[in-house]
Ligand binder design. Structure first.
Ligand SMILES: O=c1[nH]c(=O)c2[nH]c(=O)[nH]c2[nH]1
Length: 288
């Protein structure tokens, strides 16, 4: 029996970089969490401890800060492409770079230099690059986009077995924290407007769908993005069903006509799905 090295990658995870751009007294801020993972000809470091091919993760972290200064930070997809191409182009042993970025939003309070974190929502980007001349992919997205419909949601007609106690309902609260990722057909989109529009599609489809299940709502949301955004070809969604249970107020002599709920935090149903354009080229590696 022979033992061999399987797939591997390494890099600096979660470099937290904040870039302030000063335009007189008016400042812009970009607040990111950047994770780099490099792979390629890394056999000798694993097998015999020869570090010749290993660009230290410390240098990768320094590159994130240096590029933030040198190039500024525009859209996170562009910053991720810049970093990924840099590592794949400049290091002979690096065949492939993966850069994942989370962006935390800040909105201006007043004046030029005071900000408030914008909600729980996080914008995301995941880029893979074999270098400027090689295959590349861009996946954009968001997570922790918390939404709720206080009516317009039903759930009935479901399968039943000897353990089923759930009562069918034709009016419930539907609430979730959306994690959505969407794959671009190319690498040259207008990432700012593409993001804003995809997000708008998700919210409008969530609000506008009379829901018979969270699964149906999920599909409607992914479908809306692909119908409206030709630069995108695949949407992946993960949506926890944040259950709201009607409280039994009858012990207190009160009725409860869908007014008082217990918001449970766990367990939760977890509904996940992919929505694809029929001509989407297969690209499983884009999500790795
Ligand atoms: O929208 C729903 N989908 C389910 O699969 C499910 N299962 C469940 O208990 N409640 C719900 N709601």
């Amino acid at each position: 029996m022979a033992i061999v090295l399987g797939p591997n990658r390494y890099g600096k995870a979660e470099t937290r970089v904040v870039r302030v751009t000063r335009d007189g007294g008016t400042h812009q801020i970009k607040d990111l969490n950047v994770s780099v993972a490099l792979s390629g000809d890394m056999e000798r470091v694993h097998l015999v401890g020869d570090n010749t091919a290993v660009l230290p993760t410390d240098s990768q972290k320094n590159t994130v800060f240096a590029f933030a200064k040198k190039y500024g930070i525009g859209e996170i997809e562009e910053f991720a492409l810049l970093l990924a191409r840099h590592f794949a182009d400049s290091q002979p042993a690096v065949a492939h770079a993966r850069v994942e970025i989370e962006e935390y939003g800040w909105s201006r309070i007043s004046g030029g230099h005071s900000f408030v974190r914008s909600g729980t929502e996080v914008r995301t980007a995941l880029v893979h690059s074999d270098g400027s001349d090689g295959p590349e992919s861009v996946v954009s997205g968001l997570k922790d986009l918390v939404v709720l419909n206080s009516t317009g949601s039903e759930f009935h007609g479901f399968a039943q077995d000897e353990y089923t106690t759930l009562e069918p309902t034709d009016d419930r609260i539907l609430a979730t924290a959306v994690t959505a990722t969407w794959r671009h057909r190319g690498t040259g989109a207008d990432f700012a407007s593409s993001y804003a529009e995809a997000r708008r599609c998700l919210l409008e489809a969530f609000a506008g769908t009379h829901s018979l299940s969270l699964q149906q709502t999920l599909y409607a949301m992914g479908r809306r993005v692909l119908e409206e955004r030709p630069e995108l070809c695949e949407v992946r969604l993960a949506m926890p069903n944040k259950h709201h249970f009607l409280v039994d107020l009858s012990p207190f002599g009160m009725d409860n006509d869908n007014e008082v709920y217990f918001a449970a935090d766990r367990p939760y149903g977890l509904i996940e799905g992919t929505v694809l354009a029929s001509d989407a080229p297969a690209a499983p590696a884009a999500w790795a």
